[in-house]
Design a protein around this ligand. Structure first.
Ligand SMILES: NC(=O)C1=CN([C@@H]2O[C@H](COP(=O)(O)OP(=O)(O)OC[C@H]3O[C@@H](n4cnc5c(N)ncnc54)[C@H](OP(=O)(O)O)[C@@H]3O)[C@@H](O)[C@H]2O)C=CC1
Ligand SMILES: O=C(O)[C@H](O)CS(=O)(=O)O
Length: 492
């Protein structure tokens, strides 16, 4: 049971990782007006601590500091920046348990998942510490005898991030690591629900030797104000956002006035397709990780599960049995696999989707109600008889609900899977190589998992098409969003 910062600090090997001030221009600060906001533990609803509630003035100072600091940072060699990023990575891994406890306390995911997120976030810092040394340009044969053409890549300048509560470490790491690797300055604004993980990252960045001002963390409950500062301050040359498509639209509109370079990792509505030639046990295992990871609160979760008619009932039965083995509880308790939902609104959305499906004729196979633990705990749920006109088919549930849709043919399910404004992740299980080839090419998504329900890794380009976003994060492609390409034509 956690109910104060003291309680949480008592769980940490290094209590100094629980920072409760904002990190701006290399200083740990309060808000100019002394305002603060509460950070709550979603498992109990108790207040862990308060953090400063910064506004646009403090944010502008962070941006200006990043602009000053980035010049010497960019003047370092890639190898010198790489060494500091590698040290940051090493410190994240050394402190993974403490970072995970802080993450579980503020976000609710079980400790094992939180520790997995810490290592996942750290993997981006490791990956881009290596990429820092490989920001290559090119030479191009001249178009005239007296012309010499070169292309160089330079850091875009100051980048700013806005990130969600569901992966409060990894979503920042996936952005700040490439930005720092190429020599940018960076200002992060974490979700109000989960600022502590970002602040702990700043503690370790400082220890790793990231120069003052290069990386700041602005804590604020006023998301819209901070977003406007990022969009309207001309020093910010790059905005990188992870969150809902709705908010992504707002930010893109605001950034348009200055033609600001934007990366958008937005909402999803992932289809998970089980064909009749699938290995059903493997498909159930994949559905469990894809659907119930982070209690269904990920943008790449299976949101619609399509099962071919011949295996529909068998799959439903197997999945329900696996779901019933999940253990719901406080993420800091041993053996817990499923924590609370982030807040009451999240619970209400899950209840709305279930009620709408039942009203349309769907049935509950297991779960379907708030958990006996109360608060924002919810029973992991499987629904049968779900149809395309129900809300779960077009809206992201963002919770532990697996709606099972029955289909007959490959053509039918491809059409239904693609019938959405989203295009982030998709998954299918089959064994016929012809079917695998046809389906992986036909799905209109940025990412496709074939016979796997877990595709997230730092080595591959993460991102969506259609209204799931712009750009890619991770992989060798991940640095491009923080670079400007310059063409130089030399007349000799
Ligand atoms: N594609 C991807 O990788 C991911 C996509 N998502 C999507 O995000 C949604 C769930 O996450 P959720 O956090 O609720 O998403 P939101 O889009 O509501 O919030 C994301 C972030 O944006 C901030 N924000 C909200 N409104 C504004 C605004 N007007 N201007 C500037 N910032 C704003 C939030 O602040 P605050 O929370 O303090 O209000 C939060 O930090 C789902 O749709 C999910 O699919 C989530 C994670 C990853
Ligand atoms: O925020 C999310 O949902 C993450 O992008 C999902 S993942 O990268 O952890 O798969």
């Amino acid at each position: 049971m956690l109910d104060t910062a003291t309680d949480l600090r008592s769980l940490l090997s290094d209590p100094t990782l629980l920072a409760t001030k904002a990190y701006v221009a290399g200083e740990w600060i309060d808000a100019d007006d002394g305002a603060t906001f509460e950070v709550r533990n979603p498992a109990r609803g108790d207040v862990i601590c308060t953090v400063p509630d910064l506004g646009r003035a403090e944010t502008a100072r962070a941006i200006e500091a990043a602009d000053r600091a980035r010049r010497d940072w960019a003047a370092m060699t890639g190898k010198e920046r790489a060494a500091i990023l590698r040290k940051w990575y090493d410190l994240m891994v050394e402190n993974a348990d403490d970072l995970a406890r802080i993450l579980t306390a503020e976000m609710g995911k079980p400790f094992a998942e939180a520790r997995g997120e810490i290592l996942y976030g750290a993997s981006f810092v490791e990956w881009f510490s290596e990429e820092a040394k490989r920001i290559y340009g090119e030479t191009i044969p001249g178009h005239q005898r007296d012309k010499r053409i070169t292309v160089i890549k330079q850091p875009i300048g100051v980048a700013a991030s806005i990130t969600p509560w569901n992966f409060p470490n990894a979503m920042i790491a996936r952005k700040v690591a490439p930005a720092l690797a190429v020599g940018c300055g960076f200002v992060a604004r974490p979700a109000a629900e989960t600022p502590l993980s970002a602040l702990a990252m700043a503690v370790l960045a400082e220890r790793a030797g990231v120069p003052a001002g290069v990386f700041s963390v602005v804590t604020s409950s006023r998301a819209s104000d901070i977003g406007k500062e990022f969009c309207e301050n001309p020093i910010v040359r790059k905005l990188t956002f992870t969150g809902s498509t709705e908010v992504g639209r707002i930010l893109l509109r605001q950034a348009a006035d200055q033609i600001k370079k934007c990366s958008m990792e937005l909402g999803g509505n992932a289809p998970f397709i089980v064909f009749d030639d699938a290995d059903l046990d493997a498909a159930v295992e994949g559905a469990m990780i894809s659907k119930y990871r982070n209690n269904g609160q990920t943008c790449v979760c299976a949101n619609r599960i399509y099962v071919q008619a011949g295996v529909y009932d068998a799959f439903a039965e197997k999945l329900a049995r696996a779901v019933e083995r999940l253990k719901v509880g406080d993420g800091l308790e041993d053996g817990v696999t499923t924590g609370p939902l982030i807040n009451e609104d999240a619970v209400k959305k899950v209840e709305e989707h279930i009620a709408d499906a039942l009203a349309g004729g769907a049935e509950i196979v297991t779960g379907g109600k708030r958990h006996e633990l109360g608060g924002t705990f919810f029973q992991p749920t499987v629904l049968k008889g779900v149809t395309h006109d129900m809300k779960v088919a077009s809206e992201e549930t963002f919770g532990p609900v697996a709606p099972l849709f029955r289909f007959e043919t490959e053509e039918e399910v491809i059409a239904k899977a693609n019938d959405t404004i989203f295009g982030l992740a998709s998954y299918f299980y089959a064994r016929d190589i012809g079917r695998i080839t046809r389906v992986q090419e036909a799905l209109e998504y940025g990412m496709v998992g074939v016979n796997t329900g877990l595709i997230s890794t730092e080595v591959a380009p993460f991102g969506g098409v259609k209204q799931s976003g712009l750009g890619r994060e991770g992989s060798r492609h991940g640095v491009e969003d923080y670079l400007e390409m310059k063409y130089i034509c030399l007349s000799v």
